[in-house]
Design a protein around this ligand. Structure first.
Ligand code: HEM
Ligand SMILES: [Ca+2]
Length: 209
């Protein structure tokens, strides 16, 4: 549905998310931009580590994630056959790092596909229309599995389980708004701001979303 709003998305009364402008935007670039700490277009493992720490993750998860993500995605985003052993991820080619067994919310060019986003909830949200329980999330991951695509299974499992652990609400639900915000990376900015402000307040520990 068209609108004159300059925003790239709106939340209508029926909480259906729709692209308004910028349909051809590579939103996947925005998803990862938070982790490019010095904004030079390349994400090194130490930047992934710093990004995870900034959103409140512990040293163990941050270390594991930075090794796993950079070793796994670097080669896919770089030209040529030879690996760079500093494992940089080139943001301009981030759509090449997509894997199988995903939700399809990012298309092959990294664009956000609203209908696929809505499908997550129409197909898998049974308890509440606008949220997923842990079981419903597991059901979605199973349903998205492409046979024998073990790399894709692990990638999807890691992305969604980390999101669930970090951002479930007090009732164990992963809210639709939270999931929407992970796609364009705004969630990471919010988490970092929350972590920074809670740090200021008398040593409160890094929070969930
Ligand atoms: C706490 C940090 C992160 C969380 C919670 C997270 C979560 C997610 C989620 C939920 C998806 C959507 C998958 C789907 O639609 O099925 C996704 C996709 C993706 N993420 Fe992240 N992510 C994080 C950090 C990163 C980092 C640091 C990178 C790389 C620098 C990255 C690269 C990607 C890529 C390439 C995709 C597309 C996968 C695909 O659709 O096939 N993510 N992530
Ligand atoms: Ca960088």
């Amino acid at each position: 549905m068209a609108s004159s709003s300059a925003d790239s998305k709106t939340l209508s009364n029926s909480t259906q998310y729709e692209e308004v402008d910028g349909n051809d935007e590579n939103v996947l670039k925005k998803h990862v931009a938070f982790f490019d700490r010095n904004k030079d277009g390349v994400i090194y493992p130490w930047e992934t580590f710093q990004g995870f720490r900034a959103i409140g993750c512990g040293i163990f998860l941050s270390s594991f994630a930075s090794i796993f993500i950079n070793a796994g995605l670097s080669g896919k985003t770089r030209p040529g056959k030879f690996p760079n052993l500093l494992f940089p991820i080139e943001i301009k080619n981030i759509q090449k790092a997509k894997h199988g067994s995903d939700s399809g919310v990012y298309d092959t060019e990294g664009r956000f596909v609203p209908s696929k986003f809505e499908e997550i909830f129409s197909k898998h949200a049974r308890t509440k229309a606008n949220a997923l329980t842990s079981d419903e999330l597991s059901g979605m991951l199973k349903a998205n599995r492409v046979p024998k695509d073990f790399g894709g299974w692990i990638g999807s499992l890691a992305e969604w389980k980390i999101l669930y652990i970090l951002c479930k609400d007090k009732n164990g639900l992963l809210q639709k708004d939270t999931i929407r915000a992970v796609y364009d990376g705004s969630l990471f900015e919010m988490m970092a701001a929350e972590k920074a402000s809670s740090k200021k307040q008398a040593g409160l520990k890094g929070a969930n979303c």
